[in-house]
Design a protein around this ligand. Sequence first.
Ligand SMILES: Cc1cc2nc3c(=O)[nH]c(=O)nc-3n(C[C@H](O)[C@H](O)[C@H](O)COP(=O)(O)O)c2cc1C
Length: 435
Amino acid sequence: MILEEYINELQQNGKITTITNKISKNLEIAGVLKSLEPQPVLFENIKESEFRVTGNLFCNKKQISEYFEITTEEIIPTLTRAIEERSEPKQTDKAACQEVVEDKVDLDKIPILMHNKVDGGPYISSGVVVAADPEFGQNLDFHRAMQISKNKMVVRVVRGRDFHKFLERNGEVDVAFCIGNTPEVLIAAATSVETGINELEIANALRKISVTRAKTVDLMIPADSEFVLEGRIILEEKHDEGPFIDLTETVDVIRQEPIFEVKKITHRKTAIWQGLLPGRDEHKILMGMPREPTVFRKVKERGIDVLDVNITPGGASWLHVAIKIKKKNEDDGIQALEGAFSGHKSAKHIWVYDEDIDIYSDEEREWAMATRFQADIDLLIKDQEPGSSLDPSAEPGTKMTTKCGFDCTKTMDTKGKSFDKAKFPEVDLKKYLGE
Ligand SMILES: Cc1cc2nc3c(=O)[nH]c(=O)nc-3n(C[C@H](O)[C@H](O)[C@H](O)COP(=O)(O)O)c2cc1C
């Protein structure tokens, strides 16, 4: 779906704040988005650019489920189905994202946002990157990119992921940064599936999309994106990247990262730039939520009756996972932990709960841990494994960390004690207090 059409729908339903006063892309837009979060915002009058800017569109599961016209409970099954039942998007020669093909590349004309004073420069934070490898075909993922000149950016490439593999195998890789997308493309790009799966097929299974051939690189790109920056990333051409406030809302260090030379810019006639506040709700939901079906699948593969998975916001929507299971065997909790760690390699702490615990309530989760967990038998420690580069407490450079799982399920043998919360008598208060 074209993002502007969705914004029009939000406007008709009074669900978006439109700001017509002049505003700067340097810090001011980020400040307003943070203050109004999770309210969607459209900025119509940008000091430095003729284009409009939007943000806060998909900050939580409610906004995402409303987009797909499903309930929040249906999100994990819907994503799981889309990963399993991928389908090829239809191709078009008349793509919205290519309505305008710019003659000259000038990144200064685009409202690339400066989010925080400490950041090393203006950053693209909502960029869905299409890339390809001769053997594995196309891949879709996110890469933040810091502007360093009118036609160059430096791109953060996390080691070990598909795009890094492509760069290592080929030395240089053609890319298309697609900005201004609706959730089927955003979520598909954030899933982590086997190398060789084209995530555009996951997007198409979530909601029908069209793809088109990029103008200067041999890639099929989402036809409805608002902007596309085409070019090449060269592994050995590096530049300082950062500092940058990242997912944990702490400052990520400066690294030497590859340069992206932008060779062509295309966009819709009335293109709207999609802002995404680093470290805040929209970033968090796009990181954590697409991992929930992967964790779910890996726990299920171990024969566990898994009911729900929540990658919790308190753990930066990345490092902490809560799982709900229907326990049938004594070691189901530990097995679920093993499965979950294999489904989300960046997770540091994972908890498993019984079906009577609300895994969205911090208080209930703490209660279950207080009353059902014994460290000598219910603790799983994974000493010094690669974890998340985003965790400031992991070893910088190597990502080495100690992971820990907590089996907070009841033991099958209750030894005469009860693990269940007492239920008080239900009364009709009117009978005692009057009308
Ligand atoms: C908003 C957002 C920003 C991200 N930024 C980066 C980034 O700068 N560099 C990176 O390597 N991964 C980044 N990621 C994570 C990857 O996109 C993610 O790990 C992806 O699922 C990996 O895909 P793959 O399994 O195809 O390699 C970001 C994810 C999101 C949702």
